[in-house]
Design a protein around this ligand. Structure first.
Ligand code: DOR
Length: 427
């Protein structure tokens, strides 16, 4: 059906400064009208009373694993998890096999995403060929193929001169670098945050300085070149401070944080549950508070899940041997509502800014708004829905969530991508 009429939802759109009960009419993939008492013949009419109607959420940091690791996730299963979680667009990181460092792989991802017909899937291209950190990918080719940014996520580009050239080329092509800030020598052998918990558990520690030295270097390079940089999955207080200071100084830096760094600490590792093993690691309560403060004072621009699916047999090993990564697409919205909106730490409009408008702006996507004429990417939330995170409910191929059994309030009940209902909760 080409026409959909959402009736009486609480429409919240930070771009338009709207937070009121309105109807919203969708036609041929676009939002054509919003207002009171709208009528539309031959439209599917949906009663959205008591629900929030928000610009579709955008997750700028996910790992969809295809090609190469389809036992963990495929474009189809990842896109399904995305729309179930309320995300209309996701950006997939290039640490696939082969790596997303050329036009062919970007096209493969686009084809698979089109076949799935669920979320919009964009690619982040690799900065260096094969993510090996030795030579630059063909950035012009990647831009032409449609990547939105460049990253070697999972690894840092250690050669500062190479990264400088990557930043320069990226700027020339209207792209930017997403930085995975980690010094691998400082982090070597670590599984958890270095500190009391690593000592107590006898696990190798990853010191915060492994992150901060690289945040510092990458901001310095961006400042020197006047280039745009985005810091991925920020996890510790000093990094937040550095980004805050850099923004004040006029550096074109943006950054993201992940739900697990906002809602968990290293204490979660105490039971040796490998679903708490993530890179960067869960940090201290002070870091968690610093990340939250950064989100509130706009040092941190957006929330991104770093959805990193791994198969059960891969996680079902000793803590040191388990791969880093946690899933996030199906729990992020519930966590944000439960921990921040329901407790009145942020408003719904603020949440829409952090999960839709700001990522759209950072990525240069013409999304993140409910203004008339814009693409009909919409997330409908039931803010009162109470639910628990259950392994059996995940549609992602992987179930490595650190939030299993958490009770949450607030969930996506309908996801609309380009005017098409791609997810609808069944009663
Ligand atoms: O925990 C993580 N897992 N962090 C990363 O940077 C990469 C990711 C993955 O690909 O599994």
């Amino acid at each position: 059906m080409d026409r959909i009429l959402l009736k009486n939802g609480q429409m919240v759109c930070p771009a338009g400064g709207i937070d009121e009960i309105r109807d919203l009419l969708i036609e041929k993939g676009k939002i054509v009208k919003t207002g009171k008492n709208l009528k539309a013949e031959s439209a599917r009419t949906i009663d959205a009373s008591g629900k929030l109607v928000l610009p579709g959420f955008i997750d700028m940091h996910v790992h969809l694993r295809e090609p190469g690791f389809e036992h963990k996730e495929t474009i189809e299963s990842g896109a399904r998890a995305a729309v179930k979680g309320g995300f209309t667009s996701v950006c997939c990181m290039p640490n696939t096999e082969p790596v997303i460092d050329n036009q062919g792989i970007v096209e493969l991802v686009a084809t698979r995403a089109r076949e799935a017909g669920l979320a919009s899937v964009y690619c982040i291209g690799a900065i260096t060929r094969g993510r090996k950190g030795k030579e630059l990918s063909d950035i012009g080719e990647l831009k032409a193929a449609g990547v939105l940014a460049l990253s070697d996520d999972g690894s840092e580009v250690l050669n500062s001169e190479l990264l400088r050239r990557a930043m320069e080329y990226a700027s020339t092509f209207g792209l930017f670098i997403i930085s995975h800030c980690e010094d691998p020598w400082l982090a070597a052998g670590g599984s958890v945050n270095e500190g009391a918990v690593s000592t107590r558990l006898g696990l190798g520690g990853i010191p915060r300085v492994a992150e901060t030295v690289m945040v510092s270097r990458d901001i310095a390079l961006a400042a020197y070149l006047g280039a745009k940089i985005h810091i991925a999955h920020i996890s510790c207080a000093e990094s937040v401070d550095m980004v805050r200071a850099a923004k004040k100084a006029g550096v074109k830096v943006t950054c993201e944080c992940a739900p697990h760094h906002m809602f968990l600490t290293e204490e979660a590792v105490l039971g040796y549950n490998t679903n708490t093993k993530v890179n960067p690691p869960l940090r201290t309560e002070a870091d968690r508070q610093a990340v939250l403060s950064g989100l509130l004072d706009n040092t941190i621009d957006c929330v991104a899940t770093d959805h990193a699916p791994h198969a059960e047999m891969e996680k079902d090993v000793e803590y040191d041997n388990a791969p880093f990564g946690v899933t996030g697409l199906e729990t992020a919205v519930g966590l944000m509502f439960t921990e921040l909106v329901d407790r009145k730490i942020i408003t719904v409009s603020r949440l829409a800014e952090k999960m839709s408008l700001n990522p759209a702006r950072i990525l240069g996507l013409n999304r993140g708004t409910l203004k008339e004429g814009s693409v009909a990417d919409i997330t409908v939330i039931d803010p009162k829905a109470e639910w628990a995170v259950r392994v059996e409910d995940f549609v992602s191929l992987s179930k490595n969530s650190p939030f299993i059994d958490r009770k949450l309030k607030g969930k996506a009940v309908m996801t609309i991508v380009e005017g098409k209902i791609v997810y609808e909760e069944k009663d």
